[in-house]
Write a protein that binds this ligand. Structure first.
Ligand code: HEM
Length: 141
């Protein structure tokens, strides 16, 4: 067995727990002020930063901890959470623009790029779930 002296540090460890939490609160403060995104969240979660927001942010924190290699108890299903919200490509474009802006302000360039790449990769799947009539897989019998 070989012991590595330079173990790969997770993205979560590089970002840090405090910075991740701050990032999420700042990001959703902006999202909820946005004329297109804000109303969608207001309907589902309520007025920021009260109502369901502390719980929602802690779920999102769990999600981002999981996808960045940190310890996490997140067991949710991000896809179905985006069904029936009445959102489309323009919402995703805007979401990603605000995400990119917030990341570049709050994280170092390498971490910001990595967090942006993760979100961009998730987009097609989430967007599929967001469609009004998601394609139902057809099985051969
Ligand atoms: C790539 C972009 C996006 C990512 C990575 C993302 C990620 C997530 C995640 C991880 C959750 C938590 C799911 C859970 O509760 O387990 C969530 C929930 C949610 N997202 Fe997104 N999201 C994206 C885009 C959007 C957009 C564009 C909108 C709409 C404007 C949106 C609206 C919501 C809402 C309303 C919820 C709460 C759903 C509920 O509690 O039932 N998301 N998102």
């Amino acid at each position: 067995m070989t012991l590595s002296l330079t173990p790969e540090t997770s993205l979560f460890a590089r970002v840090g727990e405090e910075a991740l939490r701050r990032l999420l609160w700042t990001f959703y403060a902006r999202v909820t002020q946005d004329p297109d995104l804000g109303p969608v969240f207001a309907r589902k979660i309520g007025p920021f930063p009260r109502a369901g927001w502390p719980l929602h942010i802690s779920r999102l924190e769990g999600f981002w901890r999981a996808v960045t290699g940190g310890p996490s108890a997140y067991r949710g299903q991000p896809g179905p959470a985006h069904g029936g919200l009445g959102i489309g490509p323009a919402h995703f474009d805007r979401w990603l623009t605000l995400w990119e802006e917030t990341l570049s302000e709050q994280l170092g360039p390498a971490e910001a790029t990595a967090m942006l790449t993760l979100a961009r990769r998730m987009r097609p799947n989430l967007e599929r779930f967001a469609q009004p009539f998601p394609e139902v897989p057809v099985h051969d019998h």
